[in-house]
Design a protein around this ligand. Structure first.
Ligand SMILES: [Fe+2]
Length: 196
């Protein structure tokens, strides 16, 4: 990891980061590793009050996708929001086990897990910030690969869903993103007409 990517000073937190990223590296979703780091970078950029618990939550929020046999499968949910809720709960469960093994305090673990559970829909100032960082990062690091894998119609649906969950400030940022692919660029340009 490059010097500018060092987010933690405490050795135990560094160890947690190492274990989380080593697992995410094994995800079959190719954008997952960059997305984890990128979400953390956006969190630090967006939230001056980002604390270590928020940072660990941002890094590990999608970790369940790296467990081939335990991951929540989209096809088992007719409702996308229910799928996302189950995904968040499953990531929190896995992170609880990782942090327990590393002897973090119950208070620390409960807080990180609650933030992960809330990362898709927010619910308080800290969770809202992780939600924003995650959603901006989708447009920053995931969109192009998602489009290549899922096709235009699914990417459009996912982009609209992701855009709607952004704060006004984050929406302004996403509107400035540029893409080489003309269709993707048109999609991003069209998001400005979504009212809420
Ligand atoms: Fe995410």
């Amino acid at each position: 990891m490059k010097k500018e990517d060092e987010f933690f000073k405490d050795p135990k937190l560094k160890k947690a980061q190492e274990i989380i990223l080593n697992r995410i590296k094994r995800s079959l979703v190719p954008e997952d590793y960059n997305h984890a780091i990128n979400t953390l970078k956006w969190l630090v950029k967006l939230c001056s009050f980002a604390d270590d618990r928020m940072k660990i939550a941002a890094l590990a929020h999608d970790i369940e996708r790296a467990y081939k046999d335990k991951k929540i499968k989209r096809e088992n949910y007719s409702d996308f929001n229910e799928f996302k809720r189950a995904h968040a709960e499953n990531s929190a469960k896995i992170v609880r086990s990782i942090l327990t093994d590393l002897n973090f305090s119950k208070d620390f673990i409960d807080d990180v897990c609650e933030l992960i559970k809330l990362h898709e829909f927010g619910g308080n100032k800290r969770a809202d910030c992780i939600k924003d960082a995650d959603s901006i990062s989708f447009f920053d690091t995931n969109l192009v690969l998602y489009y290549q894998r899922e096709g235009f119609e699914e990417t459009k649906r996912r982009a609209i869903w992701g855009y709607k969950r952004l704060s006004d400030r984050a929406k302004m940022m996403v509107k400035t993103f540029t893409y080489q692919d003309k269709k993707l660029q048109e999609l991003i340009n069209s998001l400005r007409y979504i009212i809420h």
